[in-house]
Design a protein around this ligand. Structure first.
Ligand SMILES: Nc1ncnc2c1ncn2[C@@H]1O[C@H](COP(=O)(O)OP(=O)(O)O)[C@@H](O)[C@H]1O
Ligand SMILES: Nc1ccn([C@@H]2O[C@H](COP(=O)(O)O)[C@@H](O)[C@H]2O)c(=O)n1
Length: 484
C-alpha cells in the first residue's frame, strides 16, 4: 500500500491532518524534504522551545540552570535575550545613563528571530556575546550554538513580540517580589558589574521599574506556568522538567495510539541507532549494535505482558512482594529479518517456543504468505511478533491476520521492532487497535520505493551479510549456531 492511501485513510477516519508529516512535529519546509529525500539527507525533529521571562533579577537564569542541570541527558541549549541588545553608538555611549535597556526597542528582535528560526530548523548559529561594560556585542567573539533537542530562550521581554512567543512550546514566567528583585539587582550590579549604587538606583527608578510595569508584567498573561519565588521553588522546577521529559520522550503518534510504545530515548540509544543507520558501518558493528538495540526492545516488550503478584522470602527472612512472569508466551518471527530478534528473545525467556512466518513481497504492493510454522497451542499464548522494520505495514497486517486466524486474541499480540514508519504504525494500529507495538524509533516516512527514511537500508541483508558490497569480509556464521 502506498503512503498516499494510508494518509487518506487516516485523515478520513481520525480527522488528523496528514499532508506531509505533520505529526512528527516537522515544519512545512521539512515536509517536502522528508517525502522526497534520499536516505543520506539530513532530516531532524524540531526542538522543544521553552521561554523563560520575568523581571530583572527575578531568578530567570537560576531557573534555567536548574532545568538544564536536571535535563543532563538531553541536548539543551540556552539563548539569552541579553545577547541581542543593540550596540550603542559613540553618541549614545556618551549618554549611557539616559539609555533605556528595559524597553523592547533596546533589543535586535529581528536578529533573535532569525537565530531561533535557524536553530529550530537544525542549523548552528552564532549568538553575539554582549559586553555589559562596553555596551557592545562585537567586542568578544560570537558563541557558536548547535541545534539541540531543547532550546531555552531567557530574557525580560521574550514574551513581548508575538512572533517570538509563537516559537515557544512552553512559556514560563518567574514571579519574584519587587523588593527581592531590587535587592538582588543592587548586589549584582555593584559587586559583579562594578557599578556604583547611585547609578544602579537611578537606572532602577527611571527605567527598570517603569518598564517592568509597562512591558514585562503585562506579558505574564502569556505564560503557561508562573513560578513564584524563582529558583527557590524546587517543586515547580521538578514538575516542569517532568513535563519536558514527557514531551521529549513521547512521539506524537503515541498520543493518537495509546498502544504504541516508543522506548525512552537516551544518548546511548541514539548512538546505537547512529551506528546501525550509518551506511559505512561494518557488518560486525552493525550486528553488534543491532543486537543491543533488539535486546532493549525485547526487554521493553516483555514488560507489557501480564503478571501475577508473588511473594518470596529473602535470605534475611523478610518478605519481598514482587511479580511472577507471564508463563504462556511464544515468539513468532517474520522471516528473514525477524529471525535476527530470536536470540534476544531466547536470552530473555528460557526455552521459549518461536514460530515462523514467511511473507513474500511481490511487486510494491502485493504481499503473499508463503510459509508458516507456529506452535500448535498458539491461541493460548501471548505472542511476541518479531520484525525489525515496520514500513508500509503490509507484512505486519498479513502476519497479524494469520495469528488472529489461528485464534490468538488481538490483545495478546505484541509487535516488536526497531524502526517504524508512521505509515506502518497507522495501518497496523487502525486495523488492529488492540495489539501493542513496541519500537525503538519512529522514522520520518517512506520514500517512493516504500523504503523507510532515513531508515537503515535492507536490515536482513546488512544483518545476515547478504548485501553484495563486501560479502568476502563477512565471517560466515552457520544458521544453526545463530538460532540456538
Ligand atoms: N533563590 C535565590 N536565592 C538567592 N539568590 C538568588 C536566587 N535566585 C537568584 N539569585 C541571585 O540573584 C541574582 C539574579 O538572579 P538571576 O537568576 O541571574 O536572575 P535573572 O536572570 O532573572 O536576572 C543572581 O546574583 C543570583 O545568584
Ligand atoms: N548594558 C546593559 C544592558 C542591560 N542592562 C540591564 O539588564 C537587565 C536584563 O538582564 P537580567 O539578567 O536582569 O534579566 C535589564 O533590566 C537592563 O536594565 C544593563 O543594566 N546594562
Amino acid at each position: 500500500m502506498g503512503s498516499k492511501s494510508v494518509e487518506d485513510m487516516i485523515e478520513a477516519s481520525s480527522g488528523v491532518h496528514f499532508s506531509g508529516f505533520h505529526m512528527d512535529g516537522l515544519g512545512s519546509r521539512n515536509i517536502e524534504k522528508a517525502t522526497t529525500s534520499s536516505a543520506t539527507e539530513n532530516v531532524h525533529k524540531q526542538p522543544f522551545v521553552i521561554g523563560v521571562a520575568g523581571g530583572s533579577a527575578s531568578g530567570k537564569t537560576t531557573v534555567c540552570d536548574m532545568i538544564i542541570q536536571q535535563l543532563h541527558d538531553q541536548r539543551v541549549v540556552l539563548v539569552n535575550q541579553d545577547s541581542f541588545y543593540h550596540n550603542l553608538s559613540e553618541e549614545e555611549f556618551a549618554r549611557v545613563h539616559e539609555c533605556n535597556f528595559d524597553h523592547p526597542d533596546a533589543f535586535d528582535t529581528e536578529k533573535l528571530l532569525d537565530s531561533m528560526e535557524n536553530l529550530r530548523h537544525g542549523q548552528a548559529v552564532d549568538i553575539p556575546n554582549y559586553d555589559f561594560k562596553s555596551y557592545k556585542s562585537n567586542v568578544f567573539p560570537a558563541r557558536r550554538v548547535n541545534p539541540s533537542d531543547v532550546i531555552i530562550l531567557e530574557g525580560i521581554l521574550i514574551f513581548h513580540d508575538h512572533r517570538v512567543r509563537e516559537l515557544m512550546n512552553m512559556k514560563i514566567f518567574v514571579d519574584t517580589d519587587a523588593d527581592v528583585r531590587l535587592a538582588r539587582r543592587i548586589r549584582r550590579d555593584t559587586v559583579d558589574k562594578g557599578r556604583d549604587i547611585d547609578t544602579v538606583l537611578d537606572q532602577y527608578s527611571k527605567f527598570v521599574k517603569p518598564a517592568f510595569d509597562d512591558f514585562i508584567l503585562p506579558t505574564k498573561k502569556y505564560a503557561d506556568i508562573i513560578i513564584p519565588r524563582g529558583g527557590d521553588n524546587h517543586v515547580a522546577v521538578d514538575l516542569i522538567v517532568q513535563h519536558i521529559r514527557t514531551k521529549l520522550g513521547q512521539h506524537d503518534l503515541c498520543k493518537i495510539y495509546p498502544n504504541l510504545y516508543v522506548i525512552h530515548s537516551t544518548f546511548q540509544i541514539r548512538g546505537m541507532h547512529t551506528l546501525i543507520r550509518d551506511s559505512q558501518t561494518t557488518k560486525h558493528d552493525f550486528v553488534f549494535y543491532a543486537d543491543r538495540l533488539i535486546r532493549l526492545v525485547v526487554e521493553h516488550g516483555l514488560g507489557h505482558l501480564p503478571f501475577t503478584e508473588k511473594q518470596v522470602i529473602t535470605p534475611t527472612g523478610s518478605v519481598y512482594t514482587g511479580v511472577d512472569f507471564c508463563k504462556r508466551l511464544c515468539g513468532v518471527s517474520v522471516i528473514r529479518s525477524g529471525e535476527s530478534m530470536e536470540n534476544a528473545l531466547r536470552a530473555c525467556c528460557k526455552g521459549i517456543k518461536i514460530g515462523k512466518i514467511l511473507i513474500h513481497r511481490e511487486g510494491d504492493n502485493g504481499q503473499q504468505l508463503i510459509y508458516e510454522k507456529l506452535p500448535q497451542d498458539i491461541s493460548q499464548r501471548h505472542v511476541l511478533l518479531l520484525d525489525p522494520i515496520l514500513g508500509t505495514g503490509n507484512s505486519a497486517v498479513q502476519a497479524i491476520s494469520l495469528l488472529i486466524k489461528k485464534g490468538v486474541p488481538e490483545s495478546n499480540i505484541i509487535f516488536l521492532n526497531l524502526i517504524s514508519a508512521p505509515q506502518g504504525v497507522h495501518v497496523v494500529c487502525k486495523t488492529f487497535p488492540r495489539i501493542k507495538i513496541v519500537t525503538s524509533e519512529i522514522d520520518i516516512g517512506l520514500n517512493e520505493d516504500f523504503r523507510v527514511v532515513p531508515g537503515m537500508g535492507e536490515f536482513g541483508d546488512r544483518y545476515f551479510g547478504t548485501d553484495d558490497d563486501d560479502q568476502q569480509v563477512m565471517t560466515p556464521v552457520p544458521y544453526f549456531n545463530r538460532s540456538c
